[in-house]
Structure formats: C-alpha cells, structure tokens
Design a protein around this ligand. Structure first.
Ligand code: NAD
Length: 256
C-alpha cells in the first residue's frame, strides 16, 4: 500500500517507537495523526513534523476519544489508510510477592486494558472507517500494525500482566486479519526485543550497555528507526498479513 498521501493514525506517537514511526511515515508522504495522552510530547512532535500533522489528545482505552481520533483523521485527511498501535505501558510485579501478597488485580487489569483492549479499540474503530476507502489497484483499503513484545513469548519474572497483554495482541493478529480480509485491510504485529526508547533511557548508561550486550547480533539496543522501518515495510508489502514478526537481534529472554 502506498504510504504517500495516505492518512495515518499512530497511537502512542508521542514517544519512542510511535514517535519514530510517525516521523518515518510523514517523511514518506503520509498525513499523520498522533494519538497520545495529554501529558505526552505528542503536540510537540506533530508541530516538529509540520505540514498537516495533527495531535489528538487520546486515551486509547476510551471509546469516545478513540472515535474522535478516527473521525478527526478522516476529516483532516479525507480517510484513514494506516493505523500503527504503539500506545502501551509496562508493569512489573510477581504473581505472589516477597511478603506472600497477591498480585494487585488493579495493576493486572490496567496493563491488559491499555495494551490489549486499547489496541483492539483502535483497530475496530479505525478499520470500520478504512472499510469505506476506495480500494487501490491491488484491492487494498488499509493496513494495521500492532506492537507486541518478545515478552509475549518469553515473559520474565514479574511480567505476568505485561506478557498476558502482549500475548493477547499476538493471538488476535490472525483472526483480525481474517475478519478484515473481505474489506481489503491487512493486520500484522511487530514483537520488539530491547529498544532504546524513554522506557529504557531512564536506565544508567552502564545498565543499558549491559542490556544491549545480551542481544546476540547486533549486540546493542534497537534504534526506534529500525522499528519504524519495519512498520513502513508492513504497510508497503501487500503479502505481509496475519503475522507477528520478531524484531529482536535473536534475543531470547531468560527468566530474569
Ligand atoms: N522499548 C522497548 O524496548 C519495547 C520492547 C517491546 C515492546 N515495546 C512496546 O512498544 C510500544 C511502545 O513502547 P515505547 O518503548 O515506545 O514506550 P514509550 O513509553 O516511549 O511510548 C509509549 C507511548 O504510549 C503512550 N500511552 C500510554 N498509555 C496510553 C493510553 N492509554 N492512550 C494513549 N497513549 C498512551 C505514552 O504516553 C507514550 O507516549 C509499547 O506497547 C511497548 O510495550 C517496547
């Protein structure tokens, strides 16, 4: 699918992997809407991208807010053709803690709410408008890219909630691709390993280097532009559909 001239929504576009993707899509001629929380740098990034890039203050778990993003993008760009889901949160807690206390169910619910349900909320609302697009010569009306994590496959100690949320994203990728096939809309998921984003930039230099050295090759943290490059390729390559692609330098996470 052609990126040039397409309308694109990037959730979590105010930071890290989403920011890099918003910039990469805009560079290739897409018209981008950054959907992120009010406290994010989304407005700043949209202004830096310039042109007709917009920021829409959004909580992806909120139905009216996510509907407003999709409506806003259709109005501003004449249609939505691309959705990249990067909004997400981390959480760390053991199923049973050091003092035998059970995992806080509120934290578990919140993690699944944002990472899994928020992703699906964006997909269903964006896809229902993509279905109105005129198909291109290949019959395509839209492309969706989600973000899981290698934690969907090798969750570490303390990652029960995060892994459950990302495993859900992996699990729904194929059925969504199948559901949307009749509409000419594709759906793929990227499962990143360790990427150098604000999530990890809080760590001291030494710790980041040590983390990077655990990656077989290249032995470093991933650059968000490398995630963005794959997101663009998924949009452009019509045979990529219903699949989760690991982007991880061959890392396989140990228990801790
Ligand atoms: N950085 C990594 O190494 C890595 C590895 C695997 C997976 N991931 C996943 O990639 C995605 C992006 O991560 P990142 O490293 O760029 O993180 P980040 O914290 O830099 O960016 C995440 C963005 O999502 C936004 N967000 C959070 N909750 C939201 C909500 N309810 N509604 C709208 N926006 C919301 C935040 O405001 C932030 O701008 C996340 O889903 C994360 O789990 C990251």
């Amino acid at each position: 699918m052609d990126i040039h001239g397409a309308g694109a929504i990037i959730t979590g576009g105010g930071s890290g992997l989403g920011e890099a993707t918003a910039r990469a899509l805009a560079k290739r001629g897409a018209r981008v809407a950054i959907a992120d929380l009010a406290r994010s740098r989304g407005a700043e990034i949209a202004a830096e991208i310039g042109g007709d890039a917009i920021f829409v203050e959004t909580d992806v778990t909120d139905e009216p807010q996510m509907t407003a993003v999709v409506d806003g993008a259709v109005q501003a760009f004449g249609g939505v053709h691309i959705l990249v889901n990067c909004a997400g949160i981390g959480s760390a807690s053991r199923t049973v803690g050091k003092n035998n206390e059970p995992f806080d169910l509120g934290l578990f619910t919140k993690t699944v709410q944002v990472n899994l349900i928020g992703t699906f909320n964006a997909i269903r609302l964006a896809a229902s408008r993509m279905a109105d697009n005129e198909p291109n010569a290949g019959g395509e009306r839209g492309a969706i890219v989600n973000t899981a994590s290698v934690a969907a496959f090798e969750g570490q100690i303390g990652q029960a909630a995060y892994s459950a949320s990302k495993g859900g994203v992996v699990g729904m990728t194929l059925p969504i691709a199948r559901d949307l096939a009749r509409h000419g809309i594709r759906c793929c998921t990227i499962a990143p390993g360790l990427f150098e984003t604000p999530m990890l930039m809080g760590l001291p230099d030494e710790a980041r280097k040590a983390l990077g050295a655990t990656v077989p090759f290249p032995p470093r943290l991933g650059n968000p532009t490398e995630y963005a490059q794959l997101a663009c390729q998924i949009v452009e390559n019509p045979m990529l559909n219903g699949e989760t692609i690991r982007l991880d330098g061959a890392i396989r996470m140990p228990p801790r």
